[in-house]
Design a protein around this ligand. Structure first.
Ligand code: HEM
Length: 347
């Protein structure tokens, strides 16, 4: 069977596709930054709690329910833009995963309630119960992340979709050599940014122990991630890997920008400057999100080119969207200003 026959027809777009790709990359980077702070600080908190030190777990635990809510909200935006440009790949991979994909929602609910119970029931629970709850909640997040990597890799390889005819009850992308390095790259990145989040918490609270511990996690995890990044690069099909080594100019340039930014970020990390590190971390995640975009483009090239998508040039809904985006951002900034003012007054 020709796998190309399994790819649905692309719908026409109201405005050029590049707008949706830009919005996808920007919102995805925001989603990943919040996911990293959430999963990374939770995992580090759990690690320390299991060794009998509950300080970080308790303090990070206070931030986990809002961080989870923000991660989910910031996940909706890239999901929508992804479906606009790549829906004919992403919908198929979601359906092929079947129950594995649908179980993401119960897993999220378990983690959400787990973190809420942890936050509000901290004093009422024994250390053992607390650790178990934390462990289950972190496992739920790991499940969600793994399913997302399965989905975003399966969507890129229509040749693997024919497995459906042998296993119609839903399957994961086990045969893909990029699956584990890609997932680990995200998870170890989460540990780094989670550490940075704890260091920033330490800076706000003038707690040197948190700054030291957080920056140690940050630098160690980032060094490890350089190795995993190389593993990810060499696990890519040869022609795609060569795209990042000069064959594709935009792909090579974004990878180089990511590496330069990561090097400066790491230096700021070794110098224990959490705020400066955070600025470079945001830039690095953004460049990495651009690099990941070229991975997708190069994988899909044999099957589909975005430039061939029909465009109807109906700009009305786009202007409406931009208007709401600007008005919404101003309102959110105003709300945050009021919130911080009231906190200052209470303090
Ligand atoms: C809170 C738990 C979550 C975790 C740990 C998580 C983690 C991840 C990870 C690791 C990726 C990258 C996968 C890869 O490229 O290999 C990812 C991508 C993505 N996530 Fe999340 N995520 C979470 C929740 C959500 C939710 C609730 C949504 C949607 C409402 C969402 C939407 C997305 C989308 C659309 C992408 C892919 C974007 C693209 O391919 O450009 N995520 N997430």
């Amino acid at each position: 069977m020709n796998p190309a026959s399994l790819i649905p027809l692309a719908e026409p777009l109201p405005i050029p596709w590049a707008w949706f790709d830009i919005l996808l990359i920007v919102t995805f980077a925001a989603h990943i930054l919040f996911m990293n702070a959430l999963l990374g600080s939770a995992a580090i908190g759990l690690f320390h709690a299991l060794r009998g030190k509950h300080g970080i777990a308790h303090d990070a635990g206070q931030k986990l329910p809002p961080l989870l809510a923000l991660t989910i909200n910031l996940g909706v935006a890239p999901l929508l833009f992804l479906q606009v440009n790549y829906g004919h790949f992403d919908y198929v991979s979601s359906v092929l995963m079947g129950g594995w994909w649908l179980a993401v929602i119960p897993a999220l609910l378990v983690s959400y309630y787990g973190f809420y119970t942890y936050k509000f029931g901290f004093d009422a629970m024994s250390a053992g119960k607390r650790n178990l709850l934390y462990l289950i909640s972190v496992a739920g997040l790991l499940y969600v992340g793994f399913m997302l990597t399965n989905n975003t890799t399966l969507m890129l390889i229509p040749e693997a979709w024919t497995q459906y005819f042998d296993n119609a009850s839903g399957f994961l992308n086990w045969g893909d050599p990029t699956l584990f390095p890609r997932f680990l790259h995200f998870m170890v990145g989460a540990l780094a940014i989670g550490g940075l989040f704890i260091a920033l918490l330490g800076e706000v609270r003038e707690n040197d122990e948190y700054i030291d511990t957080g920056m140690k996690w940050f630098t160690h995890a980032t060094l490890l991630n350089l190795v995993i990044g190389v593993w990810f690069l060499i696990s890519l099909p040869r022609e795609i890997m060569l795209g990042f080594m000069g064959n594709s100019l935009p792909a090579t340039l974004t990878l180089m920008a990511s590496l330069v930014s990561a090097a400066i970020m790491l230096m700021a990390g070794f110098n224990k400057r959490p705020k400066q590190t955070a600025v470079w971390a945001v830039l690095t995640v953004f460049f990495m999100a651009c690099t990941r975009h070229w991975v997708r483009t190069l994988f899909l090239e044999p099957w589909y080119r975005m430039e061939t998508t029909p465009v109807t040039h109906q700009y009305g809904s786009f202007y409406l969207f931009l208007g709401f985006l600007i008005a919404g951002s101003i309102l959110v900034a105003y709300m945050l200003k009021l919130y911080f003012k009231s906190r200052q007054r209470r303090a």
